[in-house]
Design a binder for this molecule. Sequence first.
Ligand SMILES: [Zn+2]
Ligand SMILES: [Zn+2]
Length: 239
Amino acid sequence: MIRNLLFPRRCPGCNELLSENEMEKGFCKECRSLIKRAEGHICEKCGRLLITPGGTLCDECRSRPHSFDEARALYIYDEPLKSAMYRFKYSNMRGYIESFMDEGYHRIAPWIEHIAPDVIVPVPMYKAKERKRGYNQADVIGKALSGRSGIPFKKDLIIREKNTIPQKGLSPEERRNNLKNAFKTGASVVQLSRILIVDDILTTGVTADMMSSLLKEAGAEKVFCFSICTGRAVESPED
Ligand SMILES: [Zn+2]
Ligand SMILES: [Zn+2]
C-alpha cells in the first residue's frame, strides 16, 4: 500500500522496520513469537494471567475489591513489550499503536462489544507534563480504540489536578496516597452510565480504582479499564 511506503512502520518489540507483509501483523516474526498475550486463563476481574489451574479470580482481586468492574489488556508487561512501552511513552513512538491494534484488536473486540461502553476516557496527564512531553500516551490509545470500535472518545471527563511522582516502585498504599486528590471530574458524566478508561499499563490497578470511584460518585454505573499491558501472571487459589 502507498500509505505504508510513505509511512514505514517499525516493530514495537525491536524497533526494526517492518516488511510489507509483516505490517498487518503488527510485529516482526521474531517478536511475534516472544510477546506474551493476556489471553486464555485470566482473572475475570483484572484480566491478568492466572498461572495456576482452577479459580476465576486472582489472589489480589479476592482480597481487595476493585472499584472498576472489569479490566482487560492485550499483553503481559514483559520483554519485548517493556522496551516497546518505554519508547511508546517517552520516545515519541506513537505509531506503535497501529501495530498493537493490528495485532490485538480482534482479541479485545468481543469484550468491548460485551461491556458496551458509552464513552472511552483516557487516564489524564497533568497539563504541564503533557505539554513538555508533547502527548499523553493514553490519548493515543483511546483515539485508536475509538477509531476501531466506533465508541466516542472524550478527553476531559476527568482531569488531573495535581502533578504526582511516578507510581513505579511504590506500594499500593503509597500509590493511593500519591494519587489522593490528583483527579477531579471535568465535563458532566451524568449522561454516561458505562465508561471505559484506557491506560498504557495496568499494574496494581490503583489509578483505575481511583478514577472509577470518582466516576461512580458522579453517576456512572459501570466503569471498565483497557490497557495495552498488564502485570505479570498471578496465582489463583482453588475455590
Ligand atoms: Zn520485532
Ligand atoms: Zn485479578
